[in-house]
Design a protein around this ligand. Structure first.
Ligand code: ZN
Length: 430
């Protein structure tokens, strides 16, 4: 039986149900932040997501990330580690009427390392609320978004209603290093009419860059430090190569290489030397050094083309007389990702804009991000419209990451309105 998503009484009831669930939302966020779901350590958080979905009346199932099956897919990134014991979690609501448009609400449960834990005001995996914000690694990026999606669903059902279209949920791994979890889920689930990922905002994502992870392994020539000039210092050589990457970054940000979505951007392409390791002994000239580089890719350019440019720049750096006798090779592991655009005029983006306006009375700001998300897979490889919109977060990937709890609750209302408008509503079955 249909229920009108436009009915003011129903709308008020759903907003009230979100308000009634605020304490539950905050408790759920704290519960998820407590999981130290770093790369390779996601199992407990994934298992808990199975419980979370089950508690909310869904029937979750696991979706394996199978590198053999995905190897030939153009969106697949070379893995950093194996996938055993780390299956993604998904759930699908099946409506009675299927009269509306289907949607996937997806989020990643993996988080990036906390950095120097001693710099945090409170421990990164012990959620702490101060001034209306919850602090903790992953609170903003993006466990609060996952909570908002689940609690929006809860609020609709608390009113005796359910979406009148297929609504899919997914909690995935490796958004922060490959995207292979999201790719596996996209391949496994029925194609939805749209995808919304509640990554931190609140802005409307209209474009994202691609990213290539490159590892440069430098081999020098070891000697005793009494005769350093007879050797080649691998760490010094790696520093010179890192400098070449920075020159490359400067070139890649030139105006003529810009995608129109980034025309007004200060610095869309970021190149980061994220890790550097090397050396064996303080009194030996180091033999080996390794750089871990993250290189942005402008939408419209291919990540494979950028990978070739990286190989060329390293080969070129070896011509530097200071690197004579040094060797370097490049390995690609982790992101091999193209950029993507999420046109603001597409129906899902318009629906997000409208839902946000209805709840807050304000217009969302369009945003071309200099980072990447799992949303790219849907337009690039499935011809499915996608975008990101989520709660206000601060210092993601930094120290003292936090999310505004008021913003998380507001996002929950916006997502409840979005699901109501996009999928339509019907009477709840059970
Ligand atoms: Zn994220």
């Amino acid at each position: 039986m249909m229920a009108s998503a436009q009915d003011p009484g129903i709308r008020r009831a759903i907003l009230q149900a979100v308000a009634d669930g605020e304490a539950q939302s905050e408790a759920l966020l704290a519960r998820l932040v407590r999981h130290r779901s770093l790369l390779g350590e996601e199992a407990a958080c994934l298992e808990d997501m199975v419980s979370v979905f089950t508690e909310q009346g869904l029937a979750p199932f696991r979706v394996a990330t199978d590198p053999v099956k995905l190897a030939e897919h153009p969106g697949f990134s070379p893995p950093l580690i194996g996938y055993a014991g780390r299956d993604n979690v998904a759930a699908i609501h099946h409506p009675v009427s299927a009269s509306g448009r289907s949607l996937i609400l997806q989020g990643h449960i993996d988080v990036v390392p906390e950095g120097a834990a001693d710099l945090w005001t409170t421990p990164p995996f012990e959620p702490s609320i101060r001034n209306g914000r919850m602090y903790g690694r992953g609170a903003g990026d993006m466990k609060a978004g996952l909570v908002a999606a689940i609690m929006a669903w809860r609020a609709i059902r608390a009113c005796g209603l359910q979406p009148a279209a297929e609504l899919q949920f997914a909690a995935v791994i490796e958004e922060e290093c490959t995207g292979n979890g999201a790719l596996a889920v996209m391949q496994a689930l029925p194609k939805p009419d749209a995808c919304l990922i509640p990554e931190p905002g609140p802005v409307l994502f209209v474009a994202e860059v691609g990213v290539v992870w490159a590892w440069v392994i430098v081999t020098g020539k070891p000697t005793h430090v009494r005769d350093t000039h007879a050797g080649v210092n691998a760490i010094a050589a790696a520093s010179i190569i890192a400098g070449r990457f920075m020159e490359y970054e400067g070139r890649m940000n030139r105006a003529e290489l810009r995608h129109p979505a980034y025309a007004a951007h200060n610095h869309p392409i970021n190149v980061n030397c994220g890790t550097m390791e090397g050396g064996e002994w303080n009194s030996s000239v180091p033999t080996r050094a390794k750089l871990g580089m993250r290189v942005g890719v402008m939408p419209g350019r291919s990540c494979r083309e950028v990978a070739r440019e990286i190989e060329e720049l390293v080969a070129d750096a070896l011509q530097d007389p200071r690197l004579r006798g040094a060797k370097a090779r490049v390995e690609f592991k982790g992101f091999m990702a193209d950029g993507a655009v999420f046109p603001p005029e597409q129906p899902i983006s318009q629906a997000v804009l409208s839902a946000h306006r209805q709840i807050t009375g304000e217009d969302l700001v369009p945003h071309a991000t200099t980072a990447l998300t799992d949303a790219r897979f849907y337009p690039l490889y499935q011809n499915t419209q996608a975008t990101c919109y989520g709660p206000e977060a601060d210092s993601i990937h930094g120290i003292d990451e936090s999310v505004s709890l008021a913003s998380m609750h507001e996002t929950t209302k916006v997502l409840a309105r979005l699901v109501s408008d996009w999928c339509g509503l019907e009477k709840r079955e059970s």
